[in-house]
Design a protein around this ligand. Structure first.
Ligand code: ZN
Ligand code: ZN
Length: 213
């Protein structure tokens, strides 16, 4: 990634630092100056300054393409700003990327190699949550949300994956698999329970509509 650095902005770059620069000043400017940080993968971030100059920060390596770092090896304001952003949760950490929740479209940070679709914390179906099967309209209870993807989970007794199961084919094949139970009737006495009442069924996440609690 080669940063674009218009020559016109080079001269207008603030030079308020005392010779050698003061640590406090860099820290203050890292917090207060307007900078836009975008994760570009591999632990690197593009930082657009208020002068529209773009520098690239390599956070794990502690490097920046700006002159302050290149010439003085300073822990420049861009490096600091990225570190602050990661700490505050406003920028994905190295190894993570930003994506949009497949349900509510809120931004969510996931591992860089995490397949889509992804879901934010509130849209992750917790154990005990009531959901509706979008295909059949059935009311179901979430047993657990797995980390597995529909195209990687076999349906017991069927020569197919959850993704390839006939009624699941319109849902993303890389959807996470959610295990659900059919609610047990209150009229059923414990002695009347059969193993099939407790059978878990695997669904692709998007087939399940979370019900408002
Ligand atoms: Zn820098
Ligand atoms: Zn969400």
């Amino acid at each position: 990634m080669v940063p674009s650095k218009p020559t016109s902005t080079t001269t207008s770059e603030p030079t308020a630092l005392s010779p050698g620069g003061s640590t406090r000043t860099r820290a203050d400017r890292a917090r207060t100056e307007r900078m836009a940080v975008t994760a570009i993968g591999g632990g690197c971030y593009d930082v657009v300054t208020e002068y529209d100059t773009v520098y690239t920060v390599d956070l794990p390596e502690g490097r920046c393409t700006c002159p302050d770092h290149q010439h003085r090896r300073a822990r420049c304001k861009h490096l600091r700003r990225v570190a602050i952003g990661v700490t505050d949760g406003r920028v994905p950490a190295p190894g993570q990327r930003e994506d949009a929740c497949a349900d509510c479209e809120r931004p969510v940070y996931v591992d860089e190699d995490e397949p889509t679709p992804v879901y934010c914390e509130p849209c992750t179906l917790d154990t005990g949550r009531f959901v509706r099967d979008r295909e059949r309209g059935d009311l179901l209870v979430v047993a657990r949300t797995t980390r597995d993807r529909a195209n990687a989970v076999a349906v017991p007794g069927w020569d197919t994956t959850v993704a390839d199961y006939p009624t699941n084919r319109t849902y993303p094949e890389t959807d996470v698999v959610v295990e659900v139970l059919y609610p047990i009737s209150r009229a059923l006495a414990p002695d009347d329970l059969t193993p099939s009442d407790l059978t878990r069924y695997a669904f692709p996440r998007s087939r399940l509509e979370p019900l408002v609690e």
